[in-house]
Design a binder for this molecule. Structure first.
Ligand code: IPM
Ligand code: MG
Length: 357
């Protein structure tokens, strides 16, 4: 089949890691008889440099008219270190999430036995950890009214959530739990925040429609601790935008590298797939960035947006093979690292060798 894929390489290591993911998708295409037509568009600091805006209209148009969006990373130190910058690369990402209606961000956290040594956590704690963070992505403090008082000595960021916003993401959480080990943990701060109390209320009411799912609650401070003390207790974690941002980075230490965690952002029509890590500007152009998270994001794209489940699993198996055989960048192979492109080559070749079901 033919598919139209919008590609946003972005900033920093973005172009390198996305190039490898495309290489692997093309290997899938050749093996399984699909044709991926890529349409490269700009977002982030590179878009600001070229067009003055982090998300040009053309980018949004192309994305809206595609079957899915493959995205690398955005961000640049010149903005990070300038709190007064008027335009920022991140505004592009927030806007595209909002415009595409991507309210559900799915971030699976996996444990790879071969990488145990790379996690700073004790092996007996992380062995078997396997959970998914379902993060609300278009509401909360990220999108509330923000500003300063007249003389600039006070600032505010409002956090609001409606029942409707909570219900639609909670549905994603409950359904994900139904397909897994049937446990849903709502992470909030209901002892302090009114929005969290609305989350608890709403999610509790919904629970009766999912009698097969066990629902429990954790305050986010405790959840942050539990995630590294005993990560195997989690199956699906449901949480709001900001808490999800924080705990998903924390979850990456279980896998051993932030360069391994993919994500899917879905909701309305077109899904967007990206690694959870940032643009790693210090690594840009050096052929040292781990492309696995982006390659695994491409697998999520195939499975979720294009319904190509066997193809997605072929990519996952190929990534596992690279991990098992230690064909990896320096974050996962200190002694004998290979380049970003060589990791992509290996995984693409492994996909080509897949025995079809
Ligand atoms: C993420 C990132 C983004 C976020 C930034 C780049 C705006 O950290 O996708 O987790 O905070 O959502
Ligand atoms: Mg983040």
């Amino acid at each position: 089949m033919d598919f139209n894929i919008a590609v946003i390489k972005g900033d920093g290591i973005g172009p390198e890691i996305v190039t490898e993911a495309m290489k692997v998708m093309d290997a899938v295409g050749a093996k399984y008889g699909h044709n991926f037509n890529y349409n490269e568009v700009l977002m982030g600091a590179c878009a600001i440099d070229e067009t003055g805006t982090p998300l040009p209209d053309e980018t949004l148009e192309v994305c809206k008219n595609s079957d899915a969006v493959l995205f690398g990373a955005i961000g640049h130190p010149k903005y990070d270190n300038d709190p007064n910058a008027k335009v920022r690369p991140e505004q592009g990402l927030l806007k595209i999430r909002k415009e595409l209606g991507l309210y559900a961000n799915i971030r699976p956290v996996a444990y790879y036995p071969a990488l145990e040594q790379f996690s700073p956590l004790k092996p007996e704690r992380i062995e078997g950890a396997d959970f998914v963070v379902v993060r609300e992505l278009t509401g909360g403090i990220y999108f509330g009214e923000k500003g300063r008082n007249q003389d600039g000595t006070e600032a505010y960021d409002n956090c609001t959530y409606s029942v409707e916003e909570i219900e639609r993401i909670a549905k994603v959480g409950f359904e994900a739990a139904q397909k897994r080990r049937k446990k849903l943990t709502l992470v909030d701060k209901a002892n302090v925040l009114e929005t969290s109390r609305l989350w608890r209320d709403t999610v509790t009411k919904m629970a009766s429609s999912y009698p097969d799912v066990e629902l429990d609650f954790l305050f986010v401070d405790n959840a942050a601790m539990q995630m590294i003390l005993a990560p195997t207790q989690f199956d699906v974690i449901l949480t709001e935008n900001m808490f999800g941002d924080i705990i998903s980075d924390e979850g990456s230490v279980i896998g051993g590298s932030i360069g391994l965690l993919p994500s899917a952002s879905v909701g309305a029509k077109v899904g967007l797939y990206e690694p959870i890590h940032g643009s790693f500007p210090q690594g840009a152009g050096k052929n040292i960035a781990n492309p696995m998270a982006t390659i695994l994001s491409a697998a999520m794209l195939l499975e979720t947006s294009l319904n190509l489940v066997e193809e997605a699993n072929a990519i996952r198996a190929a990534v596992s093979k690279a991990i098992d055989e230690n064909v990896a960048t320096e974050d996962l192979n200190k002694q004998n690292p290979v380049g970003t492109d060589a990791v992509g080559d290996f995984i693409a070749a492994a996909v080509s060798e897949t025995v079809k079901a």
